[in-house]
Structures are given as structure tokens and as C-alpha cells.
Design a protein around this ligand. Structure first.
Ligand code: RIB
Length: 317
């Protein structure tokens, strides 16, 4: 693939098939609710982020695994169809392609359960080999895959590569996850993940968020995605400077994958040489607009095809 030298992004991550149920309100524990509809669509945090970066104009290579099944073939075909370089992807014998069940309510809020399947079988040695020989401007990873693959990726890239970690889902904060931070330039948690990483309650105000960031013991950049409250940017987590980026006013129909669109758009902006603040602001806009469409990956595609959020004249990427 002929990649423009200034916009190369490598995503190391997951591929899932998403089954989404629409409900009026998310069920409580022990409650049964009837869905008003069901949709099956491509997903996985890694694939969603890769598609978002590609839709923004980056040359994106994806490192990840599917099972040897029809779902995997379909998911890889869809990624390739969005212009993502899938030549380094592998299918794993005896494993199923990752899958997820999503429940989305009338306000666009969601809960998600993931069965990672083949996503947990990425060959760390293969990642190391590829990244030792192929330079990228930005490498972006999340945590739906085996941690040793993420570690191999981050350890193999040259110092000139910007390393971005979206610590989702965070699961248990392990020693190996903390050691990943030593190789991370830009950490992009949401507020729940930030609290867990810091070993503190989920921050509900700016002071608590500042305290969490300070408690990380981390000197890189932290970008906290705050959903309907916008974004908080800490250029250096070990210094008190913090900038709040206002939310973009939209009426969401599905917030699924908004964080993924944010990460993909941010990776694109950084690879394209935008300054940190500009890249964060643009990612904030694009992620907000993505919530006005249904589906994780489909929203990024809809935006790139020029569809406007219903009832608005908002600009598209
Ligand atoms: O962030 C949304 C994604 O989380 C979904 O696509 C689902 O597959 C899970 O990975």
C-alpha cells in the first residue's frame, strides 16, 4: 500500500461483531425488558478507531486477529472496504471472532458486553517484527486484546512515533498495564477509567479529576473524554495546566463508539501534524457528531460520506 508519509497511523486492536438491542430504558439487575429492534454491525474498539482515522484521511494499518469464521472474513472485508490496510491481520484457528452485545436506550446511552475470542490471541512476536521494520507517525491501542501484544507494540516503535493508549476496557489495573504507561505519550481515558487507573473513585468534578491525574504518577499527556461534558486536556500530567474543551451540542441517538471515533480522529490529527489542542478540539467535534448516527463504525462512515446530523446543518469532517 502506498502510504502518504505524513499521516500514517497503526492501530493495534480488536475486531468484533456487534449485536445492538434498542430499549426504552436500560434494564436493572434482574429485570427483563423488550427490545424495539436489533441490529448486527461491525464493531470492536480497535476496528472502530481504525475506521474513524481512515475516514478522516489517514493511511491506517490494522494489527489484530479474527477467528477462522465467516464473521471474521466479513469484518476484515469491511475494514479493507474502508481503506484500512489489513495485510498484517491474522485469523486464529480454533478461536471465534470477537463479539459484543450492546444495549442502547432512548437517550443514546449504552451498556456493552464483549466476548473477545480471537482478539486475545494476537501474536506479540509478530507485532514486534512488523513494528521494528515499519515506521508510523502514530500508534494507537486499546485493551480488548492481550496486554503482551500492546506492550510489544509500544516497546517496538521508535521514539519518533507518538504512542496513544485508550485504556478501555480497563478491567483490573494490573502491574503490566501500569508499565505500559512508561511507553505512552498520550493517554485517553474516560472518567471511569481515569478513576480506576488512579485508584480513586470516579471523578465527578474538575478538582477530583485533577487529583486523579496527579495521582497517576505519569508525565505524559492525558486527554479525558467526558461525554456530554466535553474533554479535559492535560498536556503534562505532572503539571497543573489543564484545559477544558466545551461539549458540542447535539441530540445523541447512539453514543456507542463515540470514544472510539474520538481516539481515531485524535490519532489522525496528531499524525497529520496538528497541534495537540487543535487535534483534541477536532476529535471532540467529530465524536459528538458521530452520536447522531446509529452504530459504532457506521457513524464514522456516515459522517465521512457527508451525511449531516438529523435536523442540523453541522459541518462534517
Ligand atoms: O466502543 C464500542 C465498542 O466496544 C463496540 O463496537 C463493541 O464491539 C466494543 O468493543
Amino acid at each position: 500500500m502506498n502510504r502518504p508519509a505524513d499521516r500514517c497511523v497503526c492501530v493495534v486492536g480488536s475486531v468484533n461483531v456487534d449485536t445492538t438491542y434498542r430499549v426504552t430504558a436500560l434494564p436493572d439487575s434482574g429485570e427483563t425488558v423488550l427490545a424495539s429492534g436489533k441490529m448486527i454491525a461491525p464493531g470492536g474498539k480497535g476496528a472502530n478507531q481504525a475506521v474513524a482515522a481512515a475516514m478522516m484521511g489517514s493511511a491506517v494499518t490494522f494489527l489484530g486477529c479474527t477467528g477462522e469464521d465467516a464473521e471474521g472474513d466479513l469484518a476484515v472485508g469491511l475494514l479493507a472496504g474502508r481503506g484500512v490496510d489489513v495485510s498484517q491481520m491474522r485469523s486464529v484457528a480454533g478461536a471465534a471472532t470477537g463479539s459484543a452485545v450492546l444495549i442502547v436506550d432512548d437517550h443514546g446511552e449504552n451498556v456493552i458486553i464483549v466476548d473477545p475470542g480471537a482478539n486475545q490471541r494476537i501474536d506479540a512476536a509478530a507485532i514486534r517484527r512488523h513494528l521494528s521494520n515499519t515506521p508510523y507517525q502514530v500508534i494507537l491501542a486499546q485493551l480488548e486484546i492481550n496486554l503482551d501484544a500492546v506492550a510489544a507494540a509500544f516497546e517496538s516503535v521508535p521514539a519518533s512515533t507518538t504512542v496513544v493508549l485508550n485504556p478501555a476496557p480497563i478491567g483490573m489495573v494490573t502491574t503490566s498495564l501500569r508499565s505500559l504507561l512508561q511507553h505512552t505519550d498520550v493517554l485517553v481515558p474516560n472518567r471511569v477509567e481515569l478513576g480506576q487507573l488512579a485508584g480513586r473513585p470516579t471523578p465527578v468534578n474538575v478538582d477530583a479529576m485533577d487529583a486523579c491525574v496527579a495521582a497517576l504518577g505519569y508525565a505524559g499527556t492525558v486527554v479525558v473524554t467526558l461525554g456530554r461534558d466535553g474533554v479535559a486536556l492535560y498536556p503534562r500530567a505532572d503539571r497543573p495546566d489543564r484545559f477544558l474543551v466545551d461539549p458540542v451540542q447535539v441530540t445523541p441517538v447512539d453514543t456507542t463508539g463515540a470514544g472510539d471515533v474520538f481516539c481515531g480522529a485524535l490519532a489522525h490529527g496528531l499524525a497529520a501534524g496538528q497541534d495537540l489542542g487543535g487535534a483534541v478540539r477536532r476529535a471532540n467535534e467529530v465524536a459528538a457528531l458521530s452520536t447522531t448516527f446509529v452504530g459504532a463504525q457506521l457513524a464514522a462512515v456516515a459522517l465521512s460520506e457527508g451525511h449531516r446530523p438529523p435536523g442540523t446543518s453541522a459541518p462534517v469532517p
